[in-house]
Design a protein around this ligand. Structure first.
Ligand code: EPU
Length: 414
């Protein structure tokens, strides 16, 4: 079924918007519950489709999830290590975290290869090499993958790329490995710190999360815990870009500004006026934006997930802006959709050039992936006339309550 979002553009947004908990932290934290021998309580779980898919996967493993609004009580005591071969695995990139978690807990996992947003090639070779370094054997048959280990033994693992997914997956597998595992050139994203602090509350011995050397000393059991998930830095960044483009005195609340420093300094360079508080960012009315150059990088550099949402704002900026994408060279599908709305953007190899200022007009466009959808929402709000965004399900995968939040800011959206 094609779900679409319809926007009447051109209304100035104002007021407050509260950011939900981090999608990319939660999608690692839920599979991590597989490692617990007791109940885990999570507060403020974001109400998004990716989480619903993960909850359904937990159900297949006979892990009980009780929801009380956004608070989850998760009971893994009767867990069963079944084959994960259902649709949710195909739809969801983060289903690969069950590989590390089930391998760690049971020394055996059989599941489909994970799916997720189409951002070009997304290999998992580093995850698998990490498992092998801990002593696992990997068998692939078509789109099924089976990983077995008689025993997992800690090792020193150097990642060729500081991959978020590989770092987390190796952490999950190594928590119960014998002895010490050291991940070198580990990813440093805040979601990794959040997962590590949850695992440590449960009794794991992980040091160095947030740096490029993570040390995991194996333990034999993890207990339950209560955990509050960090705010979503990409959702925050998306609303800040939106406020800069079409807002006047918009306060984005529940933000950790240190998580989006690269975005904030690029917006400042562009001419966006903001007040940055301890846990909020207030964006004032903006005009006369200047073109800027961006290069996506791993944390704390400019997040690849925000290069799409900032693009509509750059359409308003005077001059030529350049975006160089070093993480996902093909992550530019939003540019073709934006050009249907009057944007002028050249896409080259792993880069885009945005020519501004251009006034956008409403059009029928398609969310090809989650952050493309976010960019189109911002463009639709800026544009004159009506915009219809097809395949809106991509957007619901990662933005909690987006329709209500937009309406709260005064947007005409349905
Ligand atoms: N890579 C490999 N081999 C691997 C793993 C990664 O070559 O085994 C490459 C990738 O192809 C990519 C780079 O390494 O070029 C970085 O990929 P990474 O593994 O860091 O990304 P990921 O774990 O698949 C997570 C987020 C993405 C976010 C990236 C980068 C989750 C579930 N996904 O993906 O989020 O873009 O990190 O920060 O945490 C999104 O939220 O819209 C999203 C796509």
């Amino acid at each position: 079924m094609n779900e679409f979002i319809k926007i009447q553009g051109g209304r100035t947004l104002s007021g407050e918007v509260e950011i939900s908990s981090s999608k990319n932290a939660t999608v690692a934290i839920l599979p991590a519950v597989v490692l617990a021998s007791e109940v885990v309580k999570l507060y403020d779980v974001p109400d998004i489709e990716d989480i619903n898919a993960l909850v359904s996967l937990l159900g297949k493993l006979n892990i009980k999830v009780e929801k009380n609004d956004d608070n989850f009580t998760i009971d893994p005591t009767d867990i069963e290590n079944v084959v994960l071969d259902c649709d949710e695995v195909r739809k969801l990139r983060a289903s690969y975290y069950f590989m590390g978690a089930l391998l760690g807990r049971f020394r055996h996992v059989r599941m489909l290869y994970p799916g997720g947003c189409n951002l070009g090639p997304r290999p998992i070779d580093l995850h698998l090499k990490g498992f092998e370094s801990l002593g696992a054997q990997i068998i692939t048959e078509g789109d099924m993958i089976e990983i077995n280990a008689e025993n997992l033994v800690g090792n020193e693992i150097y990642l060729d790329i500081a991959s978020v997914g590989a770092t987390i997956n190796i952490m999950l597998a190594a928590v119960f490995a014998e002895g010490r595992t050291v991940i070198r050139n580990a990813a440093k994203e805040p979601e990794i710190i959040d997962l590590s602090s949850m695992l440590n509350k449960m009794g794991a011995k992980i040091r160095g999360a947030g740096t490029s050397d993570i040390t995991i000393d194996g333990v034999s059991r993890l207990k339950g815990c209560i955990h509050d998930i960090i705010p979503d830095r990409i959702e925050a960044g998306t609303y800040i870009c939106m406020a800069a483009a079409i807002g006047e005195n918009v306060t984005v609340k529940n933000v950790i500004p240190q998580h989006i420093e690269a975005l904030l300094s690029k917006l400042e360079e562009c001419g966006v006026k903001m007040e940055v508080g301890v846990d909020y960012v207030k964006v004032f009315e903006g005009k006369d934006f200047k073109a800027i150059d961006i290069q996506t990088q791993t944390f704390p550099g400019f997040a690849t997930d925000l290069q799409q949402p900032i693009t509509p704002l750059l359409c308003m900026a005077e001059g030529e802006s350049h975006i160089v994408e070093t993480i996902y060279p093909e992550r530019f599908k939003h540019c073709k959709e934006l050009s249907k709305m009057g944007a002028v953007i050249d896409v080259g190899e792993a880069k885009s050039t945005i020519y501004g200022p251009k006034k956008l007009h409403g059009a029928r466009v398609r969310a090809t992936d989650l952050r493309c959808g976010a960019a189109l929402i911002i463009a639709g709000l800026m544009a004159e006339g009506e915009t219809i965004i097809d395949d809106a399900y991509h957007i619901y995968r990662g933005y909690a309550g987006i329709i209500e939040k937009l309406r709260g800011l005064g947007a005409a959206v349905e």
